[in-house]
Write a protein that binds this ligand. Structure first.
Ligand code: SF4
Length: 380
């Protein structure tokens, strides 16, 4: 079980992004807002301390937004406080997302001393013209520098986030990105296809015909290329979008794919505690004011019924290439998934999208390309 902390601040808004994040324009204002935000996060952690109880927490993931925009000294102090507030195990996995443009050597050292032992770098591409086309704040030369700074600070567990299907991205660009990423020898690589989310500038430009993005079949070819190159370089493909060197899976994300409880902290964060899923309102100022009064600011929450929980366990579990173990499912829910989802499974088997071997149901190579259909089949 773990904790997710959302840090909703960014240097600029990437053209494809629909995450909750606020653009930081004025340094002085930001320093005050960031300080207040960290105080509110601490109050929220204290609030959940009693609700959560003593179940040990194995992971902490500080995501965003761009957590590396917060002055590292303050972020490091916050992480230390959080570890004292909530029942973390002695050596939790502590991941943090960072952008290459806002990660310094000094910052990496401070975070490492606070216990950060895994960093996920938002690389996306190694070609400056592509980074510009999607509105990223960093440039390619900063990627290697960031990796070196992390290693010097003793952080070996490094993920590189890459994206395919970008405007103007050729198959050759994508191969180059994969090869340059792999040459940096990260422990983990994530590859995400660009999604044109509603109401983003990029979606508008594409619909107005101003920008072209690779078609679905070209994106599928890019995904195949990623599987081939990364597997060839010794990475295990363990989740649809995720590859790692043996033994370096992201423990925090595994918790989501196993549908386990977690505490979510921060404006816009979601959490899942004792059968209740909640979503905080995506409103930084409202969040700070609300915790000033000692109360959460929810956008909504709902009780998850046992049926819903089982559906969710199947849907997220099928993202893992190892699939779902029938015996583990039975011991968790006192019923096998083969009985509950007989028709859905028979249909997926007939279409060649899943296979059932040695008591595990898992997605086939063909099913990887139609993951939405595989997951969707378990929603009753
Ligand atoms: S850095 Fe991440 S969260 Fe911030 S705008 Fe870009 S994609 Fe969105």
């Amino acid at each position: 079980m773990g904790v997710y902390v959302h840090v909703p601040f960014c240097a600029q808004k990437c053209y494809y992004c629909d995450f909750h994040s606020v653009v930081v324009s004025d340094e002085e204002d930001f320093s005050e807002v960031a300080g207040n935000y960290l105080i509110s996060l601490r109050q929220e952690a204290l609030y959940y301390r009693s609700v959560w109880g003593e179940s040990p927490l194995n992971t902490l993931f500080v995501g965003g937004g761009t957590p590396s925009l917060i002055p590292p000294k303050e972020l490091a102090a916050f992480i230390v406080l959080l570890r004292e507030t909530l029942p973390f195990v002695r050596e939790p996995e502590i991941s943090m997302e960072a952008n290459p443009h806002s990660l310094t050597h000094e910052g990496a050292e401070q975070l490492s001393m606070a216990g950060v032992n895994r960093v996920s770098l938002g690389v996306q591409a190694f070609q400056d013209r592509l980074l510009e086309a999607i509105g990223r704040a960093h440039r390619s030369e900063q990627i290697g520098e960031s990796v070196a700074a992390l290693r010097q600070a003793g952080i070996e567990n490094i993920n590189l986030d890459l994206m395919f299907g970008l405007p103007g991205q050729s198959q050759r660009d994508w191969v180059e990105t994969l090869e340059l990423a792999s040459a940096l020898k990260p422990t983990h690589v994530s590859c995400y296809g660009l999604i044109l989310e509603d109401e983003t500038p990029l979606t508008r430009w594409v619909s107005e015909g101003l920008v072209d993005v690779p078609k679905d079949d070209e994106q599928a070819e890019m995904f195949e290329t990623a599987c081939r190159i990364l597997k060839g370089d010794g990475y295990n493909h363990y989740e649809i979008s995720n590859f790692c060197k043996p033994g370096w899976q992201c423990k925090h994300n595994l918790l989501y794919w196993h549908n386990k409880p977690f505490i979510g902290l921060g404006s816009g964060a979601t959490g899942y505690i004792k059968g209740l899923r909640y979503k905080n309102a995506p409103d930084v100022q409202g969040y700070i004011e609300s915790w000033g009064r000692g109360a959460p600011l929810y956008e909504g929450f709902n009780e998850v019924s046992l049926d819903q929980e089982m559906d969710e366990t199947m849907m997220v579990g099928m993202r893992l290439l190892r699939g779902i173990d029938e015996r583990a499912f039975r011991s968790r829910y006192q019923v096998g998934f083969s009985d509950l989802y007989r028709e859905a499974i028979e249909d997926l088997l007939a279409r060649g999208l899943v296979e059932y071997t040695e008591g595990r149901l898992r997605v086939t190579y063909q099913g990887l390309f139609l993951e939405n259909q595989v997951s969707g089949a378990f929603l009753r």
